[in-house]
Structures are given as C-alpha cells and as structure tokens.
Design a protein around this ligand. Structure first.
Ligand SMILES: [Zn+2]
Ligand SMILES: [Zn+2]
Length: 247
C-alpha cells in the first residue's frame, strides 16, 4: 500500500491492483471505491497513517460493482457507519454480491493480451453489501462542497465518474487508464459506449484526474481527455478548396 497526496485533502491510496481515493475535508471523510476483497486491512492502515479511523468515514462512494472496486465494501461496513452510495444499476448487483456482467477485451493488441492475465482472473462475486443511497447522472452529492455525478457506462453499465467542481478534480473510475499514459481500459461491456463516455468526460472542466488504475494526472487533465478521446472536429481538417487550391 502506498499513499500519494494529490493535493490538500485529496489522497490516492495505491493498493497494488487498484487505487482508492480519499477526500478529507473539515466536514467529511469520503472514500471513493474500496479495492478488492481483502483490501480492507490496507485501507484501514492508510486511514490510520493519515490520522483517521474507519469510524471517521462519512461516505463510501463505489464507482462501479467490479470486484476490484466494490470488493471490500461489505468488510468496511462492519467497522464503519459511512453512508454508501452507488448508481442504481450497479447497486442492485452489489446488494446480491454479483460483481460482473460479461466483458470483452478492448480492441487493441495490448488489451487482448492483458485481458487474459488481469481481467479473466478477477472474481465474479463479492460479499453482498448494503447500499444506502443511489445517484443518477447530474445529481450533486452534498459532501465536500459537492460531488457531481456523471453516469459513465461502457466499461460497466452502472459506473459513475465524479466531478469535484470546487477543486477541479475528476474521479474517472475505470472510464480510462493512465498506465503509462491516458488510454482505454482493457475491458468493456460495450466498447463504443465506453468511447462515447470517455469523449463526454472531456467536455467537462477539470484540472486533475484520479483513476482506478494508474497515477493521477495533476494538470490539464480535461485537455488530455479531449486529445485522447474526442473525435477530430470536422473544421480541424483541411477543406476541399484548400487541398485542391480551387475556390
Ligand atoms: Zn472495472
Ligand atoms: Zn478496475
């Protein structure tokens, strides 16, 4: 486990396979994602190193139901009274312990190779967890000055990204990876939808982006999303008259 301070009151806790993120403000202690099954011990250690205890958690927001993100939710609920929050589509799965809909590799060579080693062994079940509140696209979670919910399907139907507008931070979940650079995830339920989601994220304004996998982008993150994921605009291309020299 390794803690990276992203900025004041914002930490990425690297758990090896996956990251969780922690917002610590005067009025709230918000854990975003819970790691894989068994990661609760490392998360508790990280909280203690940062001067907190699991009992101090006010909210646990789970970006999507995959076992590397929702895997330790039930265990953390035994030591915390935090309010738990998910999108309703994935909350239904988390409550019955399902952690996976069918996935396919992203259509890149690296995606197909790594899929076999990283995605296929991911557990399909987690301990069933209680979800206290569900949130939809556009909702504002009233904590830490407000976390805007962006429904982000494609990788996972009930995935959400979160925009911390007051601090210009996007929590991108698994809409993209930043390993070693910004790119597509390895696996999707619907790749075309995932591409549209990643392109849509670039329409928001944010300086910093935190990911489920990979290191945070610490500046100009919205531009990085636009460069990587938005289709080239038509007016960026040379016009026919420019190419042929005709008017
Ligand atoms: Zn995932
Ligand atoms: Zn993941």
């Amino acid at each position: 486990m390794k803690i990276q301070k992203v900025s004041d009151g914002l930490y990425t806790i690297e758990l090896g396979r996956v990251n969780v993120n922690l917002i610590a403000t005067d009025d709230a202690l918000v854990l975003i994602d819970t790691g894989s099954p068994g990661d609760e011990t490392a998360i508790r250690t990280a909280l203690v190193q940062l001067g907190h205890t699991p009992q101090d958690l006010t909210h646990i927001i789970v970006t999507h139901v995959h076992a590397d993100h929702a895997g330790s939710l039930a265990a953390l609920q035994t030591v915390s009274n935090a309010q738990t929050i998910m999108h309703p589509v994935d909350a239904a799965l988390a409550q019955r312990g399902d952690a996976m809909r069918p996935l396919t590799p992203s259509p890149t060579l690296l995606g197909r190779i790594l899929y076999r080693f990283i995605i296929e062994p991911t557990p399909h079940n987690i301990a069933p967890a209680r979800i206290d509140m569900t949130v939809e696209d556009g909702d504002l979670i009233p904590v830490a000055g407000g976390l805007r919910v962006i429904h982000a399907p494609g990788h996972c139907a009930g995935q959400i990204a979160l925009l911390w507008e007051a601090r210009s931070v996007l929590f991108a979940a698994d809409t993209a990876l930043n390993i070693p650079n910004l790119g597509h995830h390895l696996a999707y339920e619907d790749f075309a939808l995932g591409q549209r989601t990643a392109a849509r994220l670039g329409e928001f304004s944010f300086d910093v982006a935190c990911f489920g996998h990979g290191r945070p982008i610490l500046g100009g993150a919205d531009r990085a999303f636009r460069r990587k994921f938005q289709p080239k605009r038509r007016d960026d291309r040379p016009q026919v008259s420019e190419i042929s020299g005709l008017r």
